[in-house]
Design a protein around this ligand. Structure first.
Ligand SMILES: NC(=O)c1ccc[n+]([C@@H]2O[C@H](COP(=O)([O-])OP(=O)(O)OC[C@H]3O[C@@H](n4cnc5c(N)ncnc54)[C@H](O)[C@@H]3O)[C@@H](O)[C@H]2O)c1
Length: 441
């Protein structure tokens, strides 16, 4: 009987499971090839390529279709690339045609511009497919809310692309360093930054330009706007939403709380305001009311200087954690008032600083007195995987009923509420409060 479970039915029956339960390995074994997941990629631009690069390394993922409105460039290139990797696929310009014709899909991975996310996600969920949708979940709260509602209504899985939620280094910091060892003790302040270099707008060679009728049909005024959609109101959320959503999501995760207020200042100070409607520079301060007390979190996005890179620093009264998706950053600093951390080094939660191993162990480790205090390290790496692979694996394993989603629609929504409000605060030029029920759908 078990052997008769076919691939499609298996995927359907395990669908509900991603939200909570696990499937017995015997059922999976019986399903055999049933473990394969047929997918389509919707949006084959820069991020679509990054996700594909990871998905090609995940066993059991079968690309069946690609959809992208840029036929002469991204669509053709991606379709050919997938064929090279022996993923026979059909190429579509319009997602509706793809959903009409492709009848053996299990899931769609969406990496289109933010203003398309709600329509694409809702249509795919309604078509009975599981969805991995890139952040920002939507450029509007109404859009993001409708996605949560459709996921609930259809019972399909919806993972939002805040990939740090599945990153083994971030999971280690949250589960072991903060929760188990409590190395920071009471977190009082946070400093998050994403500093990007100044750069020219993207441009495409004339021979690859999309005709105006197609651009208009899909919501773009011109080819330059199509290439640089992030900067436009109504299409993206600007650098603060684009980049900040990743990091402000981590603030809420690690604190176990959503913000209670935000104050922000920013503007388009450097680029041309006509082609950069969203702010190129934003500095915001969020307030959180946690069980341990108030936390104030500074967050900045700048687009004119990259020297300081990108990171999140959590500061507590016993220690500091600085982490970044970039593997080059990941340090933990002990306050002199904290008990020694030898026990946690032995347990593998942190790695001792090189200086402390070689030198006098009783050396003063006081961040107030030392310009560069000894840095303990996070002893966990990516296991040879690129940043997005674990989050995609989590999504596919949730479809198989083996794991729970690490970033379901409800969490993506909470983050959307938090980041979109900062843009509002810049515009209003005042402190804005969040009502508790604002984070609920
Ligand atoms: N998680 C991350 O770290 C990360 C990083 C970069 C981008 N992203 C997100 O991925 C998404 C895509 O960003 P990008 O940098 O790849 O942008 P991009 O402009 O490079 O690619 C977007 C692609 O979508 C296509 N497209 C536009 N409208 C479409 C439609 N209606 N139907 C089908 N295809 C359509 C475009 O032709 C283009 O190929 C955004 O939501 C972005 O925020 C996430």
């Amino acid at each position: 009987m078990e052997n008769k479970i076919d691939r499609r039915n298996f995927m359907r029956s395990s669908a509900a499971i991603g939200a909570g339960l696990f499937v017995a390995p015997s059922v999976l074994a019986a399903a055999g090839k049933a473990d394969d997941i047929n997918i389509a990629l919707l949006g084959a631009g820069a991020q679509g390529r990054v996700l594909t690069d990871s998905m090609l390394k995940i066993p059991g993922i079968k690309f069946r279709a690609v959809c992208d409105i840029w036929k002469s460039y991204n669509l053709g290139n991606m379709s050919r690339l997938l064929k090279k990797y022996r993923h026979e696929n059909n190429a579509y310009v319009d997602y509706r045609e793809m959903l009409d014709k492709e009848k053996d899909l299990d899931a769609v991975v969406i990496a289109t511009p933010d203003f398309w996310h709600a329509e694409h996600t809702n249509a795919c969920l309604e078509a009975g497919l599981h969805v991995y949708c890139e952040k920002e979940m939507s450029n509007t709260l109404e859009g993001a809310k409708s996605m949560v509602q459709t996921a609930k209504k259809t019972g399909k899985l919806l993972q939002i692309g805040h990939q740090r939620r599945s990153n083994p280094r971030y999971l280690h910091c949250y589960n072991r360093l903060i929760k188990e060892a409590n190395l920071l003790n009471r977190i009082t302040t946070i400093n998050g930054q994403w500093n990007r270099a100044a750069r020219e707008d993207y441009a495409a060679l004339p021979k690859y330009h999309i005709d105006q009728a197609t651009l208009t049909k899909y919501g773009f005024k011109s080819m330059p706007q199509f290439m640089n959609w992030r900067w436009y109101k109504g299409l993206g959320g600007g650098p603060f939403v684009d980049l900040g959503s990743h990091q402000i999501d981590i603030f809420a995760w690690f604190l176990g709380a959503n913000p209670s207020a935000v104050i922000a200042n920013g503007g388009t100070d450097y680029y041309d305001k006509k082609t950069h409607e969203w702010y190129d520079t934003v500095m915001a301060i969020y307030e959180y009311q946690t069980k341990q007390g108030v936390v104030r979190a500074f967050y900045q996005t700048i687009t004119t200087n990259s020297s300081q890179g990108y990171f999140e620093t959590f500061m507590g009264d016993k220690g500091t954690l600085q982490i970044s998706e970039s593997a080059s950053r990941g340090s933990v600093y002990r306050e002199s008032s904290a008990p020694q951390w030898d026990k946690w080094v032995k347990k593998g939660i942190i790695k001792a600083p090189v200086a402390e191993k070689k030198e006098d162990k009783s050396a003063l480790l006081d961040v107030r007195e030392t310009l560069s205090p000894p840095a303990f390290e996070i002893p966990i790496g990516m296991g040879g995987k690129k940043y997005h692979q674990p989050h995609l694996e989590n999504f596919f394993n949730a479809i198989r009923g083996k794991e729970k989603l690490n970033c379901p629609a409800e969490i993506g929504y909470e983050t959307a509420v938090a980041v979109l409000k900062a843009n509002e605060a810049v515009e209003a030029n005042k402190r804005l409060e969040f009502k508790k029920d604002e984070f609920e759908v």
